[in-house]
Write a protein that binds this ligand. Structure first.
Ligand code: DI6
Ligand code: FE
Length: 339
């Protein structure tokens, strides 16, 4: 049976030009769009239902390809500290930052994590997101990474969205491995990742390549393991310093390298050649009051494809709207609305 949706604006992208249909209407049957046009031209037919959209916009479903939507606790205290001049790196060095969310996430039950994550993901869904990627990375041991990944699978079963899970066990050093980062990487590669993959909980692998997290050599170990499991990879790279993580990601044919404020021209060329997508995260840029801009001109000159994402997380981007990220992509990064 066909349904008629009326009283909306419809976003169009014909011939690469963005435009809209005003006073629009849409006819659907099942999951398919059957007809789109102005209300005056609606084909005469028997409609099982007429839905008034009250002037809403109809757009393609948005994709949020980088989120940390599952976590325990919150980091409001750190927000206050940062306003007093303490940096993200200093907070991390004193046991706060990711480590504080790890403590809260380990303490939380699967049910508690699911309940709090669903609230956040529902916000994104209401904002137009129909596909979401969610990372682990606040468990940092087998049981707690597994707990997070299981919650991600449950989100997929609960909400009418496409949900992809990414294992980010190499996000930070867990307290059990203090001063033994190589040993933790070995543990990820030999134990955690293969097991979690075999349990069907992992769709992709990510890591945090940064001076306060893991080195390119350590990340490469994780990439090799991912490759041996045939899992796609992505990387947090060049967010706070330039380590060449994005070039490394490109060498491993990564789906994307994300953040990229401190990337070099060489990194840009490597990503262009590999077809690795540049995921820019204006929420984290804004929230950290970053002053180093990702090299947009260079990315565009070399034809690197660019995506925007929320990076939804409690520390550097407590953002629940991808539309706001689009706005920030324009106001902060000078992307045109069409781009
Ligand atoms: N970069 C980020 O922006 C998030 N993780 C990462 O590697 C921040 C995660 C956090 O601070 O909790
Ligand atoms: Fe992130």
């Amino acid at each position: 049976m066909k349904k008629l949706w009326k009283n909306c604006h419809i976003a169009t992208m014909q011939n690469g030009q963005y435009s809209s249909i005003e006073h629009a209407a849409m006819v659907t049957s099942g999951q398919h769009i059957h007809w789109i046009g102005t209300f005056d031209d609606v084909p005469a037919d028997a409609y099982s239902e007429t839905i008034d959209l009250n002037g809403a916009w109809v757009t393609p479903g948005l994709i949020d390809c980088h989120t940390h939507s599952v976590f325990g606790g919150n980091r409001s205290v750190e927000f206050e500290k940062r306003l007093q001049g303490v940096s993200y790196a200093e907070i991390a060095a004193s046991g706060g930052g990711i480590a504080s969310t790890v403590r809260a996430t380990r303490e939380a039950s699967e049910q508690q994590l699911l309940a709090s994550a669903l609230k956040r993901v529902r916000c994104l869904l209401k904002d137009g997101v129909t596909t979401i990627e969610i990372k682990s990375g606040y468990g940092l041991d087998y049981a707690n990474e597994r707990k997070m990944l299981r919650v991600i699978r449950q989100i997929a079963e609960t909400l009418p969205m496409t949900v992809r899970s990414t294992c980010l066990a190499a996000h930070a050093l867990p307290p059990e491995y203090q001063d033994q980062s190589d040993a933790y990487i070995e543990h990820i590669c030999n134990e955690m990742l293969p097991k979690l993959y075999q349990e069907g909980l992992v769709d992709a692998v990510d890591a945090f390549c940064e001076y306060l997290a893991f080195s390119p050599a350590q990340v490469e170990r994780v990439f090799k393991t991912a490759q041996s499991l045939n899992l796609p990879i992505k990387l947090h790279a060049e967010q706070l310093s330039s380590l060449g993580g994005s070039s490394l990601a490109a060498r491993y044919q990564a789906l994307s390298a994300d953040h990229l404020e401190f990337m070099t021209e060489e990194d840009v060329k490597a990503m262009a050649t590999a077809g690795t997508v540049a995921v820019l995260l204006p929420g984290a840029f804004y929230f950290l009051r970053e002053t180093q801009y990702p090299p947009l001109q260079s990315l565009q000159q070399h034809g690197v494809r660019i995506a925007l994402s929320s990076d939804l997380n409690p520390g550097t981007s407590p953002a629940l709207s991808l539309r706001l990220m689009m706005n920030m992509g324009s106001t902060l990064f000078r992307l045109t609305p069409e781009q």
